[in-house]
Design a protein around this ligand. Structure first.
Ligand code: NAP
Length: 260
């Protein structure tokens, strides 16, 4: 059955993650869903999704409420990164105000396994403190916006991995930079940590496969990991898989798949 454009379910997917791109692909050919994927605009060349997309902030909670109303959005899927706490909190507030249903699609956090030497902390500032006073060779797998925090701890030597080449000098002078886009694999990350004689890894508990290699590599090499716990996000309905999102949208299976 084909729905007319007016009756198609208008869905906003808050993206910037692999999960959001996979979800976009999963709904792209569903003619009952009319979804738009939203990027913050942090990455220079986001992967063009197979559905319509937009780039840039909404202008806070008020801006998002306006967007939901103007675009007649019926459902919002928050598929942002688990550390995108502000966007997620705005989605909770704006959806409540606009009377729009919200579902969060979030990958489960990594769990400590035997061999892991994690030092768990609540935020990146605490991670920088946890490195201590003795100079160490540190791998920062945390994204460029947090680098300046480590500038206050210049006794350490830093190796930083970034998705895009830095256009301006980094706020962490003297850091060595590797430009690479995930997913990363265990052999590659083990070789990188060994080659740069890294003594400790700083990571945020993003979960998922794309960035987990550094955690496995640290375990194999017997290196400690300063692991930043996930930020607080107000309560909302949350699932971990695309199949669950599709069920929530009421379109997990097409009539043909159900044999109707
Ligand atoms: P954030 O701190 O939670 O959000 C800051 C502001 O950026 C939001 O208030 C919103 O601006 C805008 N924004 C964020 N995500 C957006 C989206 N999908 N569409 C439109 N506007 C968005 O977010 P962040 O940590 O800077 O992350 C930004 C984006 O990068 C997110 O889309 C996230 O999924 C992706 N990402 C983040 C990380 C990370 O480590 N944080 C890692 C990988 C990917 P307005 O208030 O103006 O609406």
């Amino acid at each position: 059955m084909t729905s007319s454009p007016a009756t198609r379910l208008r869905v906003l997917i808050l993206g910037g993650t692999t999960e959001a791109n996979r979800l976009a692909a999963a709904v792209a050919n569903d003619r009952r869903i009319n979804a738009v994927l939203s990027y913050a605009g942090r990455t220079e060349n986001p992967t063009p999704p197979p559905i319509s997309w937009r780039v840039g902030g909404f202008g806070g909670i008020d801006g998002l409420v306006d967007y939901l109303r103007t675009e007649k959005i019926a459902r919002v899927i928050d598929a942002t990164h688990p550390f995108a706490a502000q966007m997620s909190a705005h989605a909770v507030a704006a959806c409540a105000r606009a009377g729009v249903s919200l579902l969060a699609l979030k990958r489960p956090p990594w769990q400590r396994v035997p061999g892991d030497q994690w030092i768990e902390v609540d935020d990146v500032a605490a991670a920088a403190e946890a490195l201590g006073t003795v100079p160490r060779r540190v791998f920062l797998g945390i994204g460029r916006q947090h680098l300046k925090i480590f500038a206050a701890h210049p006794q350490h030597s830093y190796l930083v991995r970034l998705i895009d080449p830095p256009r301006a000098p980094l706020p962490l002078s003297g850091a060595e930079v590797i430009v690479a886009r995930g997913p990363f694999d265990l052999a590659g990350d083990r070789a990188m940590l060994t080659k740069h004689r890294i003594e400790i890894v700083v990571a945020r508990n993003a979960g998922g496969d794309a960035a987990s290699a550094k955690i496995s590599a640290a375990r194999e090499l017997g290196l400690p990991v300063v692991m930043v716990r996930r930020p607080f996000i107000p309560a909302r309905e949350k699932v971990e898989t695309i199949a669950e999102v599709l069920r929530w949208l009421g379109h997990g299976e097409s009539p043909a798949e159900r044999g109707v």
